[in-house]
Design a protein around this ligand. Structure first.
Ligand SMILES: *Cc1c(COP(=O)(O)O)cnc(C)c1O
Length: 398
């Protein structure tokens, strides 16, 4: 049935797609082996390097983020290899399950889903692995099921302090282009990302950034791979082409999305997310509700996960906001199903979109009879009007 006005898609991905990106994709599909395509392919591959902050290789798959998870593992590892993973939440758990199905031996550091990975635990685990049997450490940068961030540089430092040669693999599917990610400076070996979160595109593209060390490991890795094989990509990519049909129209959109990120400036993009994250947390505290992430050093500026008061159903509340205000909020996944809801504040987003979102949440709490204090949206407004807008702050610092 027709609903007047815009739907509010406030889940933490897929995120809102800007009209400029939609227009860029609304263009005839072209010959992906023809002469005009090479410029588009080259621009996309080079552009993604600037987003990952790397001078090393990036590959692009026509797939969801899960495909790039699989690609990271099958290109670098062999059957039976031990890999160290960290249970930050639902997505870390899925990556671990995928590793198991591929015939790897994931070892999972357990956690209560309320923080990012603890580098000290990783370091202790690696120190105990005297024979260096663990081949990779895999962490999720922004754990989208909980709203906790792992400090990737600290994990790199932990691996180095343990003197361990394992590869560092990072899922930044929902972190990239919303919070800072520095592939080269942080010494990441394989990064995994997707198009439908901070990159502001529809779902359908995924990415690996690949270090020289990961490239060398791929020469010896024996897990079977074909669709995901990095070495099949290399030759065609150098000329701006792909070994099989790329998602042509999504690439048109990607190139425009990358331009938009650089027009705003990556630092301004991250500052905007930080500001909206803080405004949201102030609203949640004013409502008297808990933020699932319990460590302020790990707060996510991509999304905020709100714990429901005992006796209230998160799913019933989300149904109320959808039915009354045409706004989708993120659900609680697996362990925290129906106990939390997630507010996405990532990608193509601004102050008034945040205020509409928080107003919808506050009205929904009232309509669904969820015990809370009034004034959360007001607290966010006060924060937004009293804090500098990020572009101004960045310009002033220069
Ligand atoms: C969205 C997401 C995934 C899954 O990506 P798909 O595109 O659904 O396959 C994995 N990890 C994280 C952290 C995510 O946010």
């Amino acid at each position: 049935m027709y609903k007047s006005g815009r739907h509010f898609l406030q889940i933490p991905g897929p995120s809102n797609v800007p009209d400029r990106v939609l227009r860029a994709m609304d263009f005839p599909t072209m010959d992906h082996r023809g002469p005009d395509f090479a410029d588009i392919g080259k621009k996309a591959l080079e552009g993604m390097k600037s987003i990952f902050k790397t001078e090393q290789d990036v590959v692009i798959f026509p797939s969801s983020g899960t495909g790039a998870w699989e690609a990271a593992l099958v290109n670098t590892l062999s059957a039976g290899d031990r890999v160290l993973m960290y249970e930050t939440g639902h997505f870390a758990t899925l990556w671990q399950a995928l590793a198991k199905r591929l015939g790897l031996q994931p070892e999972f550091i357990p956690s209560d889903w309320r923080s990012g990975a603890d580098p000290e635990k990783i370091e202790a685990y690696l120190r105990a692995d005297k024979n260096h049997e663990i081949k990779a450490v895999c962490v999720v940068h922004n754990e989208t099921s909980t709203g906790s961030v792992t400090q990737v540089k600290e994990v790199r430092d932990a691996i180095d302090s343990a003197g361990h040669p394992a590869l560092l693999m990072v899922d930044s599917i929902s972190g990239l282009a919303s919070i800072d990610f520095q592939f080269d400076a942080w010494g990441v070996d394989v990064a995994v990302s997707g198009s439908q979160k901070g990159l502001m595109l529809p779902p359908g593209l995924s990415f690996n950034a690949i270090s020289a060390k990961a490239r060398a490991a791929s020469a010896k890795a024996t897990l079977p791979k074909s669709y995901w094989a990095w070495d099949e990509m290399k030759g065609p990519n150098e000329k701006g082409y792909f070994p099989y049909t790329p998602a042509t129209n999504l690439l048109y959109g990607l190139n425009v999305a990358i331009d938009m990120l650089h027009e705003e400036g990556l630092d301004a993009v991250f500052a905007r997310h930080a500001r909206h994250g803080e405004a949201t947390r102030q609203a949640v505290r004013t409502w008297g509700l808990d933020i699932l992430c319990s460590d302020p050093r790990h707060y996510s500026n991509v999304l905020t996960t709100v714990v429901m008061p005992t006796g209230s159903s998160a799913d019933a509340f989300r149904k109320t906001t959808l039915d009354n205000f045409d706004m989708s909020l993120g659900s609680g996944l697996s362990k925290v199903a129906d106990r939390v809801f997630r507010i996405g504040h990532l990608g193509h987003f601004n102050d008034l979109m945040l205020m509409a979102t928080l107003s919808g949440v506050e009205m929904g709490l009232k309509l669904a009879s969820v015990p809370h204090n009034r004034g959360g949206a007001q607290a966010a407004m006060d924060y937004l009007t009293n804090s500098e807008r990020p572009t101004e702050a960045i310009a002033a610092a220069q």
